[in-house]
Design a protein around this ligand. Structure first.
Ligand code: ADP
Ligand code: MG
Length: 377
């Protein structure tokens, strides 16, 4: 048998570190009736900027700038085209990529990643696009063949669980000599087409661990991670091979667990969620600071798993999902602070543009009591 030469353009082996692109997506106000009364507490200011009311001082707003801001009118197609499609060709050339949805429960992470039959999200669109790119490349470069495979797992309470093999135990995370991250024992299902993907993915996504908290009936307490692997093999000698990995991640809710009334098992989950999201924020910070300092990948399972696909020569996008309603205010505020490391306080009130009443004064007192309430209880 011909010797296989592994060509590794993996992230960890390279000295280059790339930034994580940060996008924010604001979902529409869900209760139209309610919107007339209270209105949103956050709004877009352009393709990169948004502002949120400053609860400390209603004569000011807090303005943030990101790589991309997707306003409430943005379609699933637009999010895909701007934030995800451009990174997909790299997967066919042995490079890695990752796309995350971050944000509080109810802000639109699953809508963004998975979507619905009528409004498919990033996952089905990305998988379709990968098959399209493979088709094109196979026609253009006949010296190579491609194989596509999927794995689907979740990290729940710092345990790595295989969603394609329900009932499996916590799986170990290992690193090979080329610094690629591997999970021995994880199911890898070969895929021939998009229909093939659907057949395996839909039932598996129902295996996700969900439980109710005070905030949301089906609050997601685990990180769901879909891995699409593309192996490109040279038909003739020297039989070079390149592997590209794409991670599509629907993170657990980022809400402040002090407020969700979590106890017992829920509290343990909260600790694990906080650890991995906190570590993710430190990793993203370290990568975006670009100083070549230590990136704390090993501090949580989530970041350890993504080590070769986040930073290095990998291509990463974080989509922070936020909601416009006042009841999300503090979760939105902390999600924005997670996503943007700087904000500007601007001396202008958060003026209601569409509705005259209630006044800023009323909003301000509402915010004051909301604030007191959330920290007292
Ligand atoms: P999360 O996964 O962050 O908890 P979901 O994706 O489940 O949030 O979204 C919460 C609700 O808001 C769902 O009913 C979802 O359909 C709706 N939703 C989220 N984002 C949008 C959007 N951009 N447009 C329309 N509805 C949305
Ligand atoms: Mg969800």
């Amino acid at each position: 048998m011909a010797q296989r030469v592994s060509v590794n353009d993996g992230a960890a082996g390279s000295k280059r570190t790339s930034r994580v692109r940060v996008a924010v997506r604001l979902r529409p106000y869900l209760d139209k009736q309610d919107e007339k009364g209270e209105g949103p507490c956050v709004r877009g200011l352009g393709p990169q900027k948004l502002e949120i009311i400053n609860w400390r001082n209603a004569t000011e707003t807090l303005q943030y700038q990101f790589d991309v801001f997707h306003g409430e009118q943005t379609t699933q197609q637009e999010v895909f085209l701007t934030s995800v499609k451009p990174i997909l060709p790299h997967i066919l050339n042995g490079q890695n990529a990752s796309v995350f949805a971050y944000g509080p429960t109810g802000a639109g992470k699953t809508h963004t990643m998975l979507g619905s039959q009528e409004q498919p999200g990033i996952i089905p669109r990305a998988v379709k696009e990968v098959f399209k790119l493979v088709d094109v490349q196979e026609k253009e470069q006949d010296g190579w063949e491609y194989s596509v495979g999927m794995s689907y797992l979740e990290i729940y309470n710092e345990k790595v669980l295989d969603l394609l093999s329900p009932g499996s135990q916590d799986l170990p995370i290992r690193e090979d000599k080329d610094r690629n991250i591997l999970i021995p024992g994880l199911t890898r299902t070969p895929l021939l087409s998009f229909t093939d993907f659907d057949t395996h993915f839909i039932p598996a996504s129902l295996n996700r661990t969900t439980a109710s908290t005070k905030i949301n009936q089906r609050s997601s307490r685990s990180h769901a991670i879909l891995l699409i692997k593309v192996v490109k093999s040279q038909r003739g000698p020297p039989h070079r091979q390149q592997t590209g990995k794409l991670y599509l991640v629907d993170l657990a809710g980022s809400e402040d667990n002090r407020r969700t009334g979590n106890q017992g098992i829920r509290l343990k989950e909260s600790g694990a969620i906080n650890l991995s999201l906190f570590t993710l924020s430190k990793v993203v910070d370290a990568l975006n600071a670009g100083a070549g300092g230590r990136v704390p990948y090993r501090d949580s399972k989530l970041t350890r798993l993504l080590q070769d696909s986040l930073g290095g020569s990998a291509h990463s996008v974080m989509i922070t999902n936020i909601a416009p309603e006042y009841r999300y205010y503090f979760d939105t505020f902390s999600a924005l602070n997670f996503a943007a490391k700087s904000k500007q306080i601007v001396n202008r009130p958060f003026v209601r543009e569409t509705v005259l009443a209630p006044t800023i004064g009323k909003q301000c007192s509402f915010m004051f009591f909301f604030f007191l309430f959330s920290f007292l209880f």
